[in-house]
Design a binder for this molecule. Structure first.
Ligand SMILES: Nc1ncnc2c1ncn2[C@@H]1O[C@H](COP(=O)(O)OP(=O)(O)OP(=O)(O)O)[C@@H](O)[C@H]1O
Ligand SMILES: [Mg+2]
Length: 263
């Protein structure tokens, strides 16, 4: 069992603020994620969950605060637009490759096959050879259980399969931290548990995950719940009796079988 206080910090965010015009959406959010944790960020719609995740990844520029990834602080300076800008584009790029991002709506490139989607960043960002990138892509596709779909186009896949591909694509950079915004948002219950099973398997192998969800029952599959309200963290608790996806899927299957027998 991982002793949490001893595990290294994968990310530390301090007093993060974000305003859109006059509206302050994040009002000083701090979070430390340690190696091996799976954190769910929960909270009502509009509480700032996505904005927070997007600021961590610098898809959105924060207005104030500090972001440390691993042991390295992202160097930022305030500009006249009221936001912090990264000072060194190369540092930003380097730190960003340590973060994998999974979006709610998968965001796969529709004109590319599954394999091409997953090879894209290793070839163009990490500059791996095509052969190395292909080997890596196949490795992660098989890890999330969709390698047989390597030549398919995203539109021909189910939602759950597309989300698996999106997770493989995020993993293909070999990030130290996986960020996911509502990874089960568009999926039915069984597929949602299935995706949580993928995350649990990755976590068992050492991956640290921060995911947004507004579903409390999905948060029960994570190890720690951080609750946001109106742009602030208002709760931070460990999940006791964490659900295991494998067990819950088996239970669902048995329930369905029993229902069929009695009908
Ligand atoms: N680009 C933007 N411009 C202006 N306002 C924005 C922008 N992005 C987000 N907001 C506002 O910031 C607030 C927080 O939005 P955010 O998307 O972070 O919430 P959320 O907690 O992820 O909600 P949900 O559960 O609905 O996804 C909302 O009031 C939203 O309208
Ligand atoms: Mg959101």
């Amino acid at each position: 069992m991982l002793k949490q206080p001893d595990a290294p910090r994968m990310i530390e965010v301090q007093d993060l603020h974000k305003s859109f015009g006059p509206v302050e959406v994040l009002k000083g959010v701090s979070l430390v994620a340690r190696k091996g944790q799976v954190i769910s960020l929960i909270g009502a719609s509009g509480s700032g969950k996505s904005t927070f995740l997007r600021c961590i990844n610098f898809l959105e520029r924060p207005s104030r605060g500090r972001i440390v990834i691993g042991n390295e602080e992202l160097v930022m300076e305030p500009r006249t637009d009221g936001n912090l800008h990264a000072v060194d584009a190369r540092q930003l790029m380097r730190l960003r490759t340590q973060l994998g991002m999974v979006f709610q709506n998968f965001n796969l490139w529709q004109h590319m096959t599954v394999l091409q989607n997953v090879m894209e960043a290793p070839v163009h960002v990490l500059k791996l050879s095509r052969a190395e990138a292909k080997e890596r892509a196949m490795h992660y596709l098989s890890k999330v259980g969709v390698s047989e779909k390597m030549d398919a186009y995203p539109a021909t896949l189910s939602g759950g399969q597309q989300q698996r591909v999106a997770i493989a694509r995020a993993l293909s950079n070999e990030p130290s931290l996986l960020l996911a915004d509502e990874p089960t948002g568009n999926l039915d219950t069984r597929t949602s548990i299935d995706i949580m099973g993928v995350f649990q398997k990755l976590n068992d192998l050492g991956m640290t995950i921060v995911m947004v969800t507004h579903e409390l029952d999905i948060a029960q599959y994570t190890k720690r719940m951080v609750v946001m309200r109106d742009g602030k963290v208002v709760g931070d608790t460990l999940v006791s009796n964490r659900l295991r996806a494998e067990t819950e899927l088996r239970r669902l299957q048995e329930e369905e079988k029993a229902a069929q027998l009695t009908s």
